[in-house]
Design a protein. Structure first.
Length: 830
């Protein structure tokens, strides 16, 4: 150690290595590693002192000799981290076997033997459809899973993930548990025998993201997931080796919980983890109404609710063919149907989502054993307290409280109302009933998010003055579920619905599904007419969103109006939504019940357009594979040989069909230079429905081709913004396109980096917005502002503030929205 300068450099390098190891432990760092880090910090300070002539060389050497450093022949050398071996195949086989046994045993215990209906509910298959597609045939989850897991990863892919979306109570976690056990069943033979003839080698691990603490790394959760069922516990280093050496399938449950303010930076952490372990495969679940491509575009599917046939199979001879529309909707929800069966209220007619949740919660509160000390607690007092607690947590965007926070709230409440209980008695009562749970970090949360949402809504029902806060936050997804329950709890929803209608048409239409029966048809007609009226003032993206919403809730415009819209519309994005509506089965089932706004004159329909829609409908309804293949061939012929409107509609139909041959035909058309602009954009929209890596690869090639026109490069950038994120070339292309000479390319590139969540684009976006020769194209400028709102930090706000006084109203509005989005993302709640 004769050269303090080189020693100082080596100490810093070693410290960085130790810091990287420390980060893996997520707050659970071993004492030995902590001591090593402390000693390196001491050594760095000592070495800086000798360089500043504050101590002598002898003092320096003596001090260093007492520290835990990597020293060889008197010199500080590189810390050598020994390579950790992953768990062996036998340990993995034991994990797979025990995990399957545990999961299936837990599921069986949830279904009492006395109820055959609950047993049948448990065994119902899961069906999915592609995100954004409504009215098309659903696919069996197992079939989608097989295609996803069995296919080879294209060369150069940096991530392989699929998203499953669902509303409350539809069954995201049960679906992930199903995937967990199915994959384990297939893989266990390989790890038992080690024979290469077995092609299934994936090791599935279910990671509940709700257990992730702010600032914690995901690796400890991987270790916990494995050790829960392993015959031999593994260390964090072995968990890392497991991910690096084996083929793993990581099932991330409840991504939406990381969008809460309490998990500031959680989404970024997930993205970094997926990039660090890019060889793993990922299946992620998220609430449908909070999904916003947080992890970049990927193959996304919506988990279907139970079909009428499935509900009929579950209920058997108790099924009522004449049940109301609202009852049918509730029974299609797995969680609601379970409550209906358990409470034996199948034959009742006037229950709603809110009343069912209230019934379930009252049942839980009444389960408290009377012989315990807490049995004397007044249930009504606790119920009112929970309403106030849930409402306060909702206002704070919190889904959990620390024990100290909960103690303070309960103590204050008991003191105000002179109740003779202690806060500990109340918390014990809540935990024993299962209404609230305490985790290993001594944080308390409601047993489900729906329970918290119910108590929030119940608080508003009891105190109407609280409604103003709900209405002020009507566009905030955080308040969506309490609002859904609120409209199902109040006796007269008409006034509330019209209050909502004045504030947000989309939210109003969404809440229509949850109004307590019977529903006044005048309300429905007013909302549908308002949506159709609103469409006249919306740009393409807004028109598309409103049409999709009508499809989701099942209240459709007339065929006549849809055909007029199809003939007049020039934007491919909206054409896709109109065509989807025209093929919706409900449009042809009972027009008196589902169809509204038929006040338009009839006109002559283009026969070729009608033929495309007819063939598309037949493809949806037929089960004959030969007939499907014939229809697909007809659509390909329309794609190649008709006028551009028919070509575009045929392209969109092929996009929804989504077969390998349909994708091949669309990719061929994508590269044709002589395709007219409208048809070419419809081809691109169709390909956005196929988020396979092959589509992204084709878009990259299209952009890079030296002989492509500006319009083709524009469409390539647009396509990358919808399907990109799988190849390392994509960010480089988009960053280059941000400075393209064409304004449309710049705008779509900005939209793409925002949608993909490329956080390293923040500086490039800020630089573009701060340049003296600022963006002159107002449309492109708004795309840059929107993108910075998605990837920017609090430091980005000062860049955006200069556009708060822009001469164009839409630009000022987008700026306010972008600033608000950043502030919400970086808010912190105590």
């Amino acid at each position: 150690m004769t050269d303090p300068k080189s020693t100082l450099s080596q100490l810093h390098r070693n410290l960085n290595i130790l810091r990287e190891r420390e980060a893996k432990y997520g707050g659970n760092t071993p004492l030995e590693l902590i001591n090593q880090i402390d000693d390196h910090l001491k050594a760095i300070r000592l070495t800086e002192q000798i360089l500043n002539d504050e101590i002598s060389e002898v003092e320096w050497r003596e001090a260093l000799s007492t520290l835990l450093l990597a020293i060889n022949n008197g010199q500080v050398v590189n810390i050598m981290i020994p390579k950790t071996q992953p768990p062996g195949r036998k340990v993995i086989a034991d994990y797979l076997q025990q995990m399957v046994v545990r999961v299936r045993a837990e599921q069986s215990e949830e279904m009492p033997d006395k109820s055959e209906m609950l047993q049948r509910l448990w065994h119902q298959a899961f069906y999915v459809r592609r995100y954004g597609q409504v009215g098309v045939p659903s696919q069996l989850l197992d079939d989608v899973l097989q295609r996803y897991l069995d296919r080879n990863r294209p060369k150069g892919a940096i991530r392989d993930a699929v998203m499953f979306l669902a509303g409350a109570g539809v069954g995201k976690t049960p679906a992930l548990n199903h995937i967990l056990t199915v994959v384990a069943d297939k893989s266990i033979d390989y790890y038992r025998t080690g024979e290469s003839s077995y092609k299934h080698k994936l090791i599935p691990l279910l990671i509940p993201l709700a257990e992730l603490r702010p600032g914690q790394d995901l690796l400890p959760l991987v270790r916990i997931a494995f050790n829960r069922d392993a015959s031999k516990n593994i260390t964090l280093d072995e968990a890392q080796a497991l991910l690096e050496e084996y083929e793993c399938l990581l099932l991330f449950d409840d991504l939406d919980k990381l969008t809460l303010a309490a998990h500031n930076g959680g989404i970024t952490l997930i993205r970094q983890f997926m990039d660090n372990y890019s060889e793993a495969r990922y299946v992620i679940s998220c609430r449908l109404n909070t999904f916003n491509y947080q992890l970049g575009p990927m193959d996304a599917f919506v988990l279907d609710e139970l079909s009428n046939d499935q509900v009929k199979e579950v209920l058997g001879n108790r099924y009522n063919e004449q049940m109301s529309r609202s009852a049918s909707q509730l029974m299609s929800n797995r969680a609601m149907l379970k409550i209906i069966i358990e409470k034996d209220i199948i034959d009742e007619k006037n229950w709603s989502r809110g009343t069912l949740l209230r019934s379930m919660i009252h049942y839980q509160l009444d389960l408290m054993p009377n012989e315990q000390e807490e049995g004397d607690i007044d249930r009504e007092v606790v119920e009112v307290m929970l309403e106030k607690l849930a409402y306060q947590m909702q206002c704070e965007h919190a889904n959990s409280y620390s024990e100290q926070q909960l103690m303070q709230f309960i103590s204050e409440y008991l003191k105000t109302w002179h109740e003779p209980f202690t806060w500990r008695q109340v918390t014990n009562f809540l935990r024993n009933t299962g209404i609230m749970l305490r985790d290993d970090y001594r944080r308390w949360h409601f047993c489900t998010r729906s329970t918290q949402a119910y108590f929030t809504a119940a608080a508003v029902v009891q105190d109407s003055s609280l409604l103003n806060t709900v209405l002020e936050n009507v566009s905030d997804f955080w308040w969506r579920e309490p609002l859904e329950i609120l409209v199902s709890l109040i006796d007269e929803p008409l006034k509330l619905l019209f209050e909502l209608l004045d504030r947000n048409v989309i939210v109003t239409a969404h809440c229509l599904q949850f109004v307590s029966p019977p529903i006044d048809q005048s309300i429905i007609k007013a909302v549908i007419d308002a949506i159709i009226e609103q469409m006249r003032y919306e740009q393409a993206a807004g028109r598309e969103q409103l049409l999709k919403l009508l499809l989701e809730i099942g209240y459709l415009p007339s065929k006549n109006l849809l055909w007029q819209m199809l003939h007049r519309e020039q934007k491919s994005l909206v054409i896709m939504a109109i065509a989807n509506a025209l093929t919706h089965p409900k449009l042809y089932e009972n027009e008196d019940e589902f169809v509204y706004s038929d006040e338009y004159e009839k006109f002559e329909i283009d026969p070729k357009l009608e033929k495309v829609i007819t063939k598309w409908r037949h493809y949806i309804t037929t089960q004959d594979k030969k007939k499907k293949a014939e229809i697909e061939k007809n659509l390909v012929d329309f794609l190649k040989k008709s006028h551009e409107k028919v070509q575009g509609l045929a392209a969109i139909a092929l996009g929804f069909i989504g077969t390998d041959s349909a994708r091949k035909a669309l990719l061929q058309q994508l590269h044709q230079p002589d395709v007219k602009d409208f048809a070419a954009w419809c081809v691109v929209e169709a390909l956005t429905q196929m988020k396979q890596l092959e589509v992204e690869e084709a878009a990259i090639k299209l952009y890079k081709h030296p002989q492509q026109s500006i319009s083709q490069r524009t469409r390539a950038i647009y396509l990358l913004g919808n399907v990109g994120g799988g190849f390392s070339d994509t960010p480089d292309i988009l960053f280059e396109a941000l400075n393209d000479s064409d304004a449309e390319i710049r705008g779509y590139a900005a939209r793409a980096v925002g949608r993909l969540g490329l956080v390293n684009s923040q500086g490039k976006l800020e630089e573009r917005l701060e340049r003296p020769d600022r963006e002159t194209n107002s449309w492109a400028l708004r795309r840059f502002i929107e993108a910075l709102g998605k990837v920017g930090t609090l430091e980005s706000i000062h860049v955006l503030e200069r556009y708060l006084h822009h001469e164009q109203l839409r630009t000022r509005r987008r700026t306010r929205e972008a600033i608000s989005e950043i502030q919400r993302r970086f808010e912190t709640y105590l």
